[in-house]
Design a protein around this ligand. Sequence first.
Ligand code: G4P
Ligand code: NA
Ligand code: NA
Length: 195
Amino acid sequence: TAPYAPLVRRIESEGSIDGQMLVIDHFLNHRIEPGFIFELAHELARRLSFFQPNVILTAEASGIAPALIVAQALSVPMVYAKKYSTDVEAPSICRSIPSPTKGVETRLAISTRYIRPGQRVVIVDDFLANGRTAAALIEMAREAGADVRGAGFVVEKRFKQGREHIEALHVPVSTLAQVERLESGRVVMTQARDE
Ligand code: G4P
Ligand code: NA
Ligand code: NA
């Protein structure tokens, strides 16, 4: 969980703040810079390779880009839980989670064809806030009989309880950048970056 300096630097210099949200959607989760996402996802893959996953699991939508590249780097498939899931054929596993940004419940669904008993699963997502998305993914994978080995996130918000929540489920957490707090107009990162 050492800070990944190129990402920390970009968050400090380019990140903006909208309430409790860190906005870096010009390179991570609206506009995507393939070269930069490739580099940071390879760093995340390097850290997650220890868990020897044979599948990477994420959630629609903004987890898909980093998860795809982590999966490619580790030569395993990637599965994403669907949010618009009328098209997920039974048998499937579902969870509903509150969406803080949209004010509604979001339903996540995965097909039991793609997460199988005994599989070694690693969760990847863009943000770890309170961790309800990741916790739902862990529960769903466990319900499918898989072994959840670890979880990796591009950005962790340390002032939320996500890490504590996920570690309480006995899943180790690795993150590339840690936000200590969001002040008015300023993003404060947890550790001084390595230069
Ligand atoms: P929660 O338990 O607090 O609800 O948090 P969780 O960690 O599950 O994150 C909920 C959603 O909010 C996720 O997206 C996550 O990426 C997003 N999110 C949380 N904090 C930030 C932030 O500071 N900046 C940005 N840009 N996103 C943040 P999602 O609702 O699952 O949707 P999607 O964007 O992947 O479609
Ligand atoms: Na997300
Ligand atoms: Na998001």
